[in-house]
Design a protein around this ligand. Structure first.
Ligand code: PLP
Length: 429
């Protein structure tokens, strides 16, 4: 049977409505899990750096879905690729027992976009395991480190240990919350998964002290996002690399939030000229339009750890997500968004530091590229976020003390100007 193109119908879109804000809040309250404390805005549309609420009020999105909207909302190139795929009956969900060209293209594009990982295992190229949400790819990385420990280091299966860091955030599933140091992420959700040792973020001596005969890997966020926009001392990643080499451990970086241009380089590890053995990507990987994450590693390690039946996912690497993934990586390259993030982030940070000097409420401004945290006194970051919301700026706090500023990487100069004006107003007037 021949494939016939789908026609778009000019009828209302299912899922949209003319509901009032209060009706939306009530439906969520009654029918949703209460697992987020949301800002009181109901979004109707989003484009570029702006989101528009149900009443047509516009907000500059300086949170960008925690980096998922690095390309801005609905980047036309990614939207176009998806529309063509859908209207042309090109790609949807296909059983994983069949090949698809979007997956092949996404795997090769991603493998080549990432510098050679784990070069001590040989320059074999990279291989990619696609998944959906970021946490799934974190778990894939954990599986690989454990398997490596078992097969290559003769650690008895079940005894493998991975070193992680206090204040980490790698997602919300059972294994990953098991090594969270946030009590409220894990309390009551036991039994927790063993095999992790957590040490102070940035402390290389603590890492060395935590190593024993069963240690197989180190899992770290190069900068901690959820943990409070924290930046470790210079040389931390280099130090971890050396320790991993000396003790034959796999160094796994979670760049779900800080990768793909966010900090002014395509990958955060490039700031320290260090290459990990495994890299976890997510959020912006599909331009923020479809859940898509990936674990990338040296081809030899991927082939060592995963065989038919040892991993998989129905939607992991499904064609529609891969179409978005390929076009999102192209946008990142073509528009040189990492460089844009470096330049605009530097300007914005300098501006914020000047505000900080004059403000009685700010203790520190820190960040890399367009990943910026403003540390405020008295743990009342949310109060400032609410004031900014009234002025048309969306930001959020981490742990009460830090305001997180992470707008789309292609935010314009005038939009940054608007953000800076509002911050000045909130902190200085
Ligand atoms: C560093 C990091 N790792 C993992 C995750 C989990 O990703 P997801 O929420 O897509 O599962 C997040 C999400 O915020 C993150 O910031």
């Amino acid at each position: 049977m021949q494939n016939t193109p789908i026609k778009l119908y000019d009828t209302s879109v299912i899922g949209f409505s003319n509901m009032t804000d209060d009706a939306v809040y009530a439906l969520e309250q009654n029918f949703g899990a209460h697992h987020y404390d949301r800002l009181k805005v109901v979004v109707r549309t989003a484009q570029g750096s702006w989101i528009t609420d149900i009443d047509g009020r516009k907000y500059l999105d300086c949170l960008a879905a925690y980096s998922a909207a690095n390309l801005g909302h609905h980047h036309p190139k990614v939207v176009n690729a998806l529309m063509r795929a859908l209207v042309g009956n090109y790609a949807s969900v296909i059983s994983n027992v069949i090949y698809t060209d979007p997956l092949a293209m996404f795997l090769s594009k991603t493998a080549e976009f990432v510098p050679q990982l784990g070069p001590r295992f040989g320059r074999n190229g990279n291989k990619v395991m696609p998944k959906n949400g970021g946490v799934e790819s974190v778990e894939t990385a954990i599986k690989m480190a454990r398997y490596y420990g078992f097969k290559e280091k003769n650690i008895p299966d079940g005894k493998q240990e991975i070193i992680v860091f206090n204040n980490n955030f790698h997602g919300r599933m059972t294994t990953v919350i098991s090594f969270s140091t946030q009590q409220n992420y894990r309390a009551g959700f036991g039994p927790l998964t063993p095999g992790f040792v957590s040490v102070e973020f940035g402390d290389l001596d603590a890492v060395k002290a935590a190593i024993n005969k069963n240690t197989c890997g180190i899992l770290v966020e190069p900068l901690q996002g959820e943990g409070g926009m924290r930046i470790p001392p210079a040389g931390f990643l280099k130090g971890l690399r050396e320790i991993a080499d000396d003790h034959d451990l796999l160094l796994l970086l979670d760049e779900i939030q800080v990768g793909l241009g966010r900090t002014g380089k395509n990958f955060c590890f490039e700031h320290e000229d260090v290459v990990p053995d495994g890299l976890i990507l997510g959020k912006a990987l599909s331009g923020g339009l479809i859940p898509l994450s990936a674990f990338v590693t040296n081809a030899k390690l991927m082939d060592l750890a995963f065989h038919v039946g040892s991993d998989g996912s129905t939607f992991g690497g499904y064609p529609l997500a891969c179409v978005a993934g390929v076009s999102a990586l192209e946008v990142l390259e073509d528009e040189n968004l990492a460089k844009a993030s470096a330049i605009k982030g530097k300007e914005l940070k300098q501006h914020l530091m000047k505000i900080a000097v004059r403000s009685k409420d700010i203790t520190e401004v820190r960040g890399k590229g367009l990943f910026i945290g403003i540390e405020v006194k008295h743990g009342n970051a949310m109060m400032f976020c609410r004031k900014l919301l009234e002025m048309g700026i969306i930001v959020n706090d981490c742990h009460g003390h830090t305001i997180r500023i992470s707008p789309p990487l292609n935010i314009s100069e005038s939009e940054i100007g608007f953000l800076a004006e509002c911050l000045e107003e909130v902190f200085l007037k």
